[in-house]
Write a protein that binds this ligand. Sequence first.
Ligand code: NAP
Length: 256
Amino acid sequence: MQLVALVTGGSRGIGRAIAEALAGRGAAVAVVARGEEAVKRAAAELADRFGVRSLGIRADLALAADCAAAVARCSAELGPPSVLVHNAGTAPSARLEDSDDAMLDEVLDLHVRAAFRLVRAALPGLRAAKAGTVVLLGSTAGLRGYPFTAAYTAAKHGMVGFARALAAEWAREPALRAFVVCPGFVDTDITRDAARAVAARGRKSAEELLSAFAAQNRIGRLHRPDEVADAVVRLVFDRPPGTVLDLDSPHPTLSP
Ligand SMILES: NC(=O)c1ccc[n+]([C@@H]2O[C@H](COP(=O)([O-])OP(=O)(O)OC[C@H]3O[C@@H](n4cnc5c(N)ncnc54)[C@H](OP(=O)(O)O)[C@@H]3O)[C@@H](O)[C@H]2O)c1
């Protein structure tokens, strides 16, 4: 039976690389994001390049109704997802005193609440698939603290905690697996936008800031989206033991 994957934030960046890697392994892929044209284009390109069934779904995953609707539409048009990758995200940065409730809501809604809602909506299909896999995009900001990103860091710690809770709850159900993948800074729009935003307020150029971000990664450089995608594909197909994958390590290993 063909694997059906739902990839949130699959229109660009890491999610796009994950959608391509899964399609490259023959999965039917639903790509979900807010930009209607972008999801349609991404889905069409997956079908052209990899010859798989694909679907673009426009949804604002900060909204509860859109989370449920995205899973329902994927189930109706491609089949119930047996792989759910919740990757969509934003990473606002500000000092704590400038971080308001709207910023906190933005990241909690999109990262943590959407993860709960998507997994709950997809659970009957994941269970029925006999090999249902949930992969959440965490971050090293879910494993350690960074300055000027308190809301994001709290939300990413929430993603790691949610994945661990799922793994514990499903410990006696080998059909269901949950993972959270934690890269450091990755070379995508989020990172480049952050460098430009900080450069506009400070003394360093965007390029200098990108180098500084890269230096904060333990691997000493920015991760590439395809490296994150390779890790996700290994989790989906090999289903190794463990839950939390710290990618910012020379030898990434899964821990409970
Ligand atoms: N880049 C990094 O350095 C880094 C490091 C660690 C972890 N991560 C995590 O990796 C994930 C992907 O990041 P990225 O760097 O690939 O970001 P990106 O290039 O900015 O892509 C973000 C994706 O999420 C979608 N999205 C954003 N808000 C959405 C919403 N409300 N509803 C539905 N879709 C939404 C975007 O499409 P639309 O804008 O059209 O909705 C886009 O497809 C995020 O969870 C991020 O926190 C990134």
